[in-house]
Design a binder for this molecule. Structure first.
Ligand SMILES: C[C@H](O)[C@H](O)[C@H]1CNC2=NC(N)=NC(=O)C2=N1
Length: 100
């Protein structure tokens, strides 16, 4: 069972993830892409990673944006290391999609 992170642990880990923030009790990040199709392709790639991790964000596809919010349901919606693992994986794949 993943452990909820303390406020300080969250802040320390967010410092390593530029662009990510704490929105209420969820990690959050929005990306802007060049086209709607590029944004759609990124959503599919994120879904693949989420299935691999068995950890899922709420994903919003806009005209040329992809937005994510995530926390860990199994511990009542707290932020855990699993959320940061997903955020780190998404940060790693974003540049390949031209996301910024
Ligand atoms: C049954 C399945 O393994 C669980 O529901 C997984 C699925 N994806 C999940 N995603 C998130 N964000 N939190 C969870 O606790 C979680 N649990």
């Amino acid at each position: 069972m993943p452990e909820p992170l303390s406020q300080k642990e969250i802040e320390d880990r967010l410092a390593e993830l530029p662009g990510w923030s704490l929105d209420g009790d969820r990690l959050a990040r929005s990306y802007r892409l060049g086209t709607h199709f590029a944004a759609t392709a990124m959503v599919v790639h994120i879904a693949q990673v989420q299935e691999e991790l068995n950890h899922h964000s709420d994903l919003t596809l806009g005209y040329n944006t992809v937005s994510l919010t995530v926390n860990t349901h199994s511990v009542g919606g707290a932020v855990t290391g699993l959320d940061f693992e997903l955020a780190t994986r998404v940060e790693a794949l974003a540049p390949g999609h031209g996301a910024r």
